[in-house]
Design a protein around this ligand. Structure first.
Ligand SMILES: Cc1cc2nc3c(=O)[nH]c(=O)nc-3n(C[C@H](O)[C@H](O)[C@H](O)COP(=O)(O)O)c2cc1C
Length: 376
C-alpha cells in the first residue's frame, strides 16, 4: 500500500521520486525561467468564487453538453505526447478512464500508442490532436487516418511554430528520439522500478508518426514543420475535416475571432502550460478577454494551470465551457499507474461536486461569471 496522496501537489512530489530526473523534468518543465507556467497557477488561485447559502443542492449532476455530446464531466485530459514514458501503459489507463468516467481524452500526434487502439479502448471518448508535419500529404494522411478510425473531433495545435528553449531538457540532454548519455545511467540506476518497467515494456516511441532522423528523410521531425502552417492551412483543414474542429493554443482575441470566422467549432484557450513562451501571460487572464469578444454562443475549451476542482470551477466561471488537465494527470500516473489515476480522478470529481454545492449550483452549466466574488 502506497502513501495516501490528497492533492495534485502530493502527487507531483511522488512523481519526482518515482522517475528519473530527466523524465520528470520533461513532464514538469516549461519554457525559459518557467514564469508563465507558475503564473498560470497563481492567476487561477487569485480568482475568488462566491459561495451562496440556502440553495437546495442535494441533487447535483456533473454532466454537461459540449460539441453536440453529453459528457459525464465538464473536464477531460489534455493531449500529451509520450505518456507511456511516465508510466508504462499510461495511454491504455487513460483510454480506460475516459470510457469509465465519460470524459474526452486528447490523443496527441506524438502519442506512444496508435490512435486506433486508443479510441477503441476509450469507446469513442477521444479527440485527436494534430501537429502539422513538414509535408502536407503526410499531415492530411494523418487527418484521414483519424477520420477513418472514428474520431469525431480534431484539435489542431497551433502554438508550437518552433520548439521552445526548455532549460531543464537542455541540461539533462533530453531529446526525441532518445539517445543514452553517461549521466543518464546514474539517473536510471537511482530509479530501478521505473527503469526495470521501461526495460520490460520497451522504451516508448511515437506510434502515429515516423520520426525523421535527419532533414533528408521523410517522416515527422519534432524540430520543424509546424512553423509553416497558417490561416490558409486552417481553411483547408476545415474543408477536409467533417467533424468538430478545435483550434488549440489561442491566446489573442484577434486570433480567436479569426478562428471563429474560419468556422472552427471551438477555440481552445491555452498557453501549453507555459511550455512554449516564457513571457506569455497566464492563460486564465486571456480567457475572460476572449470570452468577452466571442460572446456567449461560442464554444471555448481551456487548459493551463488547472490543478483541482476549484480550478475547474474558476475556469468555468471565467468563461470556459470545458476544461482540460495536463500535468496533474501525469503526476497521478507516475509511480502508481492506473490506481493513481483513478484515485486522482475520484478526488477531482468529489472536489468539483463540493465546490458546485458551495456555489449553490446543481450542474456545471450554472457556473458563470456571477460565481466570481466581486471586489467590493
Ligand atoms: C509532457 C507533456 C506533453 C505534452 N504534449 C502535448 C502534445 O503532444 N500536444 C499538445 O497539443 N499539447 C501537449 N502538451 C500541452 C497540454 O496539452 C496542455 O496544454 C498543458 O499541459 C496544460 O497545462 P498544465 O499541464 O499546466 O495543465 C503537453 C504537455 C505536457 C506536460
Amino acid at each position: 500500500m502506497g502513501k495516501k496522496l490528497f492533492c495534485a501537489e502530493d502527487r507531483r512530489r511522488q512523481a519526482v521520486r518515482s522517475m528519473p530526473r530527466l523524465v520528470y523534468d520533461a513532464l514538469d518543465g516549461a519554457a525559459g525561467r518557467e514564469t508563465s507556467s507558475q503564473e498560470n497557477m497563481s492567476a487561477l488561485q487569485a480568482i475568488k468564487l462566491q459561495s451562496r447559502v440556502l440553495v437546495n443542492v442535494a441533487e447535483r449532476s456533473l454532466k454537461t453538453s459540449f460539441l453536440g455530446r453529453r459528457w459525464h464531466l465538464p473536464f477531460g485530459v489534455a493531449p500529451m505526447g509520450m505518456c507511456d514514458l511516465f508510466w508504462p501503459g499510461a495511454d491504455r489507463a487513460l483510454a480506460k478512464a475516459a470510457k469509465t468516467y465519460g470524459f474526452p481524452l486528447g490523443v496527441s500526434t506524438m502519442a506512444s500508442s496508435p490512435m486506433e487502439q486508443i479510441i477503441e479502448e476509450a469507446e469513442g471518448n477521444a479527440w485527436f490532436q494534430l501537429y502539422a508535419g513538414q509535408s502536407d500529404d503526410e499531415t492530411y494522411a494523418l487527418v484521414e487516418r483519424a477520420q477513418n478510425s472514428g474520431y469525431q473531433t480534431l484539435i489542431l495545435t497551433a502554438d508550437v511554430p518552433a520548439l521552445p528553449a526548455r532549460p531543464r531538457d537542455y541540461r539533462n540532454g533530453f531529446a526525441v528520439p532518445f539517445s543514452m548519455r553517461p549521466n543518464h545511467f546514474v539517473d536510471f540506476a537511482c530509479h530501478p522500478k521505473w527503469s526495470l518497467q521501461t526495460l520490460i515494456n520497451g522504451i516508448p516511441s511515437p506510434k502515429n508518426v515516423a520520426i525523421q532522423k535527419n532533414k533528408d528523410h521523410s517522416g515527422f521531425r519534432r524540430e520543424s514543420g509546424r512553423d509553416r502552417i497558417d490561416w490558409d492551412f486552417l481553411s483547408e483543414l476545415r474543408t477536409r475535416w467533417k467533424g468538430n474542429l478545435i483550434l488549440k493554443g489561442v491566446m489573442s482575441c484577434e486570433d480567436a475571432k479569426r478562428a471563429m470566422a474560419t468556422s472552427v467549432d471551438a477555440v481552445y484557450v491555452s498557453n501549453h502550460g507555459g511550455r512554449q513562451l516564457e513571457s506569455a501571460p497566464s492563460a486564465i487572464s486571456r480567457l475572460s478577454k476572449i470570452r468577452t469578444v466571442l460572446g456567449d454562443d461560442t464554444s471555448v475549451v481551456f487548459d493551463s494551470g488547472v490543478r483541482n476542482g476549484d480550478d475547474v470551477a474558476r475556469a468555468l466561471a471565467t468563461g470556459a465551457d470545458f476544461v482540460m488537465l495536463g500535468r496533474p494527470i501525469l503526476y497521478a500516473l507516475a509511480g502508481r499507474g492506473e490506481r493513481g489515476l483513478n484515485e486522482f480522478l475520484r478526488l477531482l470529481i468529489d472536489e468539483f461536486s463540493i465546490v458546485m454545492a458551495q456555489l449553490g449550483c446543481t450542474e456545471p452549466a450554472q457556473i458563470n461569471h456571477e460565481c466570481i466574488a466581486s471586489e467590493d
